[in-house]
Design a protein around this ligand. Sequence first.
Ligand SMILES: [Zn+2]
Length: 474
Amino acid sequence: MQAWNKVSRMPAAAIKKMQDELFTKMIREELAVRHPYYRELFKESNINPDQIKGVEDISNLPFTEKEDLLPREADLRHPKKFVLEVPSEGEQKGKKKGFALFGKKDTGPVPSDYKFHTLYFSAGRTGKPVPFEYTHHDLRNLKEAGTRAFDVLGLTRDDTMINAFTYAPSAFFWQMFYSTVETGSTALQAGGGKVLGMEKILKAMDNMEAPVLVCAPGYAIFALQTLEHFGFSAGNLERVITGIDYAPMEAVEKMRRLMETVGANDKRVQRMYFLAEAKSGWAECEPDYGYHTNPDHIFVEIVDPESGAAVGEGEAGEVVITHLDSRGTVLLRCRTGDIATGGLVTEPCPNCKRTVPRIMGDIERKAYYFDLHSGEGPVRFDGNRLRKMMIARDDVLVWYLEINRDGNQDALNLVVKGVSGSDEGELLKSLEQELKKEVAVPLTVESATLDAVANKIGLEKFITEQVIFDNRNH
Ligand SMILES: [Zn+2]
């Protein structure tokens, strides 16, 4: 753990030197010694930990895929292989030498840092949830990541907030919870639609005169669209902080428009990027300035999603993370399946001047790229792009898309509920026109009731809603 005021102002060369030291130490003193999975992998692959001198050697090491982390049918305890073993007391005494980070004396591993605290799970929107083990050391880092994110967001103890992230054993909710506690803010831990429901969340926002709403993007948009229906005022609302699910700039713009429409006091929207694999989330100081990462916690790589080769600064690619300071579950080069459209940049943020590496652009899901069969052969369909288009429209309240097999080709069916007062016939017609240009397979558009769509997408049931359903393999 390093002081944030120091880390966030460090020149790029100093960040690189710090990461080299942390990475080498992690490989040699943790993964090669007490990590069941990587210790074995290094042996099998003839990787000599002593030859790893810094982060530039990382490309010689294999990737970890999400599938590697999942429980096996024959071995439900498989995820435990990614958890560091607790060092013995003797190891501490017998230790001869270690790295002296920033001149601090290295006293060797402290067994209490490795003590199991809790499990948080990945959101499991598109796959099985993966368990991540947090020790007390990780809990301290989670709190630290939280207070740093609040600093980047410019939140202080004077900002009363409604934490409407879904209550669940996932780091998203808990990082936000701990940040409010550590910062000393007044906060209602609402638990999201699943726990409190929309009406009570809006009522709390009104009663507490809370200027800050913390909410997943789809749910925030839905809240702003239905506020008037429930008869609540948004007069005190000043900003929405959105996270868990990805919020493209189209979502930021839409929230700003809606905040204006409902008479909010200000229309500030800020984004956070939570990554279960990183065991924490990062914030943007302002939209489109990039997620300000913690270079002493995580080493971020951006790679070509097909070849796995590193891409250049600021180029789009898949986010790959390596833990530099975790205990419990520790990951090396884990491919997240998330695409950062603006890649990674290491120059200081032009807005806040912090120097930490920033993940730029919108985050997209690799799992939302679909290969479809058309009458004329295979075609690629980008669900991320569809999601952006649907978010951008002001006449759509909720929606989902089904991908079906229809004989020899695939077909899409879009189900939609318009905002109240919209002409349904017009809505269906204009959606059909807009989307037909985008897809090379047959497309139908139909309307359904709010209840039917909300239920299907799990608006108040899941951590975030699911909007694309691939029915072809089921
Ligand atoms: Zn910034």
